[in-house]
Design a binder for this molecule. Structure first.
Ligand SMILES: Cc1cc2nc3c(=O)[nH]c(=O)nc-3n(C[C@H](O)[C@H](O)[C@H](O)COP(=O)(O)OP(=O)(O)OC[C@H]3O[C@@H](n4cnc5c(N)ncnc54)[C@H](O)[C@@H]3O)c2cc1C
Ligand code: FES
Length: 510
């Protein structure tokens, strides 16, 4: 229950004003804060999530934690620590004093700087060094968690990318639309890596793993020994073999450099073709429309996103994009591009200054195959995210893990899952043996409509809508038999959190 007001929380509140489980918004020394009651315990913490400033007063309290309504980050109410991604930084925390009749927020407590709840005592299992292969969501979250846990050995992050870890989901959203500047994109400052002694080796590929000797080889011929290894190589865009002629301009979108290249192309462009009507294609379409570019979306499917989200959400998204000026050419693909002329399989031709191909990705598992690791449409990992080679972990888009909730071995391509797997793998490297049990979550943004999705529904029998898509206020529940396997919501953030919680408490043995 949220009680919203602008009260000075330092001045003291009658206890009767805050019911058990209640939240009061207010200010402490000029900062936005919330006061939360859990039984006899009271907590005062910062009001804004450290990911994208989500309003925590609208979040869900579970035990002594609070979850953000926007992308489900989880914070400790006791210490402010960001326990689960996508937030990595703590929220502020104040001391609370309770008298028989009133509750007062007092001075700010020292920043947890991580560590407070996460610290892991060194043991015989502590690796003497850790190498991360990859510089994306999972690798950064893992490196961050190792340091938060107090790990003091060398941590090296080797990335084929030329940029330090950045906010990849934003590449197709606000950054491409022009509402998020470059400086928002890095996940961490340059100083962060110096302070945490995380060595970044950029523009460098790991070319081989020798799991028997615990050594990886780099593209420049160097070899790196590791005590524990994390594979977090993500996914590569599927390349379409389209005959090109003339000065055809074709882009894929996976990296910061890709997004910058599209951005540069928009400057002189009037029209673009996006091939692929799934999440990335549609997000790109929305961002290009925000820049006033004519957009044609070409896709093999007849209803966008039907396989994942169902016919209703798919049709709704199509209408939404059409209402913003996007033209769809569905049930077809592109046969060839000649300069600015794009020919479709149906025979029509479109004029476009450039083409963006967003036709899916494949997990980047070549390295794992070369290293002899067990593969199962991704890298096969156990519940601790450890591969078939002891001490070698895998996380993110490449990992197929036993999901205790849906009861299958699954692999997903979600930002938050990758980060949480990185965090879990880091803790397991330190010997904690914590099974990875987070319920998958992703979000997708189309203009001002955000869809949140919890769970995993590779197959489902029914999709039931509560509310209406037209009003942009609904929850779609996907069921297999009697079981809820996923819930998609629009403008129902609390319901999404509650659905996540309900799924967390459901276990289906594999
Ligand atoms: C444009 C875009 C928008 C997205 N939007 C959303 C969204 O809204 N919501 C959502 O949930 N998900 C979204 N995703 C998906 C999400 O970004 C991925 O699921 C997530 O980044 C996966 O994290 P990862 O760590 O597994 O891989 P990545 O973040 O892709 O990182 C992989 C890293 O490995 C490096 N690498 C690869 N091979 C090697 C090698 N041999 N040696 C060294 N380094 C190597 C790469 O250079 C890269 O640094 C989006 C993805 C894209 C591309
Ligand atoms: S704003 Fe809180 S998780 Fe994204």
């Amino acid at each position: 229950m949220e009680h919203s007001s602008d009260v000075d929380l330092k001045a003291g509140l009658p206890i009767a004003e805050l019911a058990d489980g209640g939240i009061i918004s207010g200010r402490v020394d000029g900062e936005d804060a919330i006061l939360v009651r859990r039984g006899k315990d009271y907590f005062a913490v910062g009001a804004a999530c450290t990911h994208y400033h989500g309003p925590l007063a609208k979040g869900l309290i579970i035990g002594n934690t609070i979850r953000c309504p926007l992308h489900h980050a989880c914070f400790s109410l006791r210490s402010g620590e960001a326990l689960y991604a996508p937030a990595l930084d703590p929220i502020a925390c104040w001391r609370v004093e309770v008298t028989p009749t009133k509750v007062f927020v007092r001075e700010k407590l020292g920043s947890p700087k991580g560590g407070i709840e996460s610290t892991v005592a060194p043991s015989a299992k502590t690796p003497n060094s850790v190498v991360m292969v990859g510089g994306g969501a999972a690798a950064l979250a893992a490196a961050d968690m190792l340091r938060r846990c107090g790990y003091s050995g060398p941590v090296t992050l080797v990335s084929a990318d030329d940029a330090p870890p950045y906010d990849r989901p934003n590449l197709s959203k606000d950054f491409l639309a022009g509402t998020a500047p470059e400086e928002w994109m890095p996940l961490r400052s340059a100083q962060y890596y110096v302070d945490r002694k995380i060595e970044l080796v950029l523009n460098q590929r790991v070319t081989a793993i020798d799991a028997a000797r615990s050594v990886v080889s780099l593209g420049d011929g160097r070899q790196l020994a590791y005590g524990a290894l994390l594979l977090a190589t993500g996914a590569d865009p599927v390349r379409l073999q389209i005959p090109l002629a003339g000065a055809a301009r074709i882009f894929y979108l996976r990296t910061f450099a890709d997004s910058r290249a599209i951005l540069a192309a928009t400057e002189s462009a009037r029209a673009a073709v996006v091939v692929g009507a799934s999440f990335i294609g549609l997000e790109v379409a929305a961002s290009l429309r925000a820049r006033g570019i004519d957009v044609h979306v070409v896709g093999l499917e007849h209803v966008p996103l039907e396989r994942v989200m169902g016919r209703d959400i798919g049709a709704f998204l199509r209408n939404l994009h059409e209402s913003r000026g996007v033209t769809f050419h569905l049930g077809q693909s592109v046969t060839h591009v000649d300069g600015k002329q794009v020919t479709l399989t149906g025979g029509a031709t479109l004029q476009a200054d450039f083409v963006v191909l967003g036709v899916g990705v494949r997990p980047a598992i070549a390295l794992a195959e070369q290293g002899g690791l067990a593969i199962d449409r991704g890298i096969s990992v156990n519940e601790y995210l450890e591969t078939s080679a002891p001490g070698v972990f895998a996380a993110g888009d490449i990992a197929r893990w036993p999901d205790p909730h849906c009861g299958d071995r699954i692999r997903v391509e979600h930002w938050v899952v990758a980060q949480r797997q990185g965090q879990a793998a880091a803790r397991n490297m330190l010997g904690l043996r914590e099974p990875f049990a987070a319920v998958p979550f992703f979000w997708s943004q189309h203009y001002d409509v955000v869809i949140n999705y919890v769970g995993h529904a590779e197959k489902y029998d029914t999709a039931t809508i509560d509310g209406t898509l037209e009003s942009r206020d609904c929850a779609v529940t996907y069921r297999r038999g009697e079981r809820t396997v996923a819930v998609a919501t629009i403008s129902r953030d609390l319901q999404s959190l509650q659905a996540e919680r309900a799924m967390e408490t459901t276990v289906n043995p594999i």
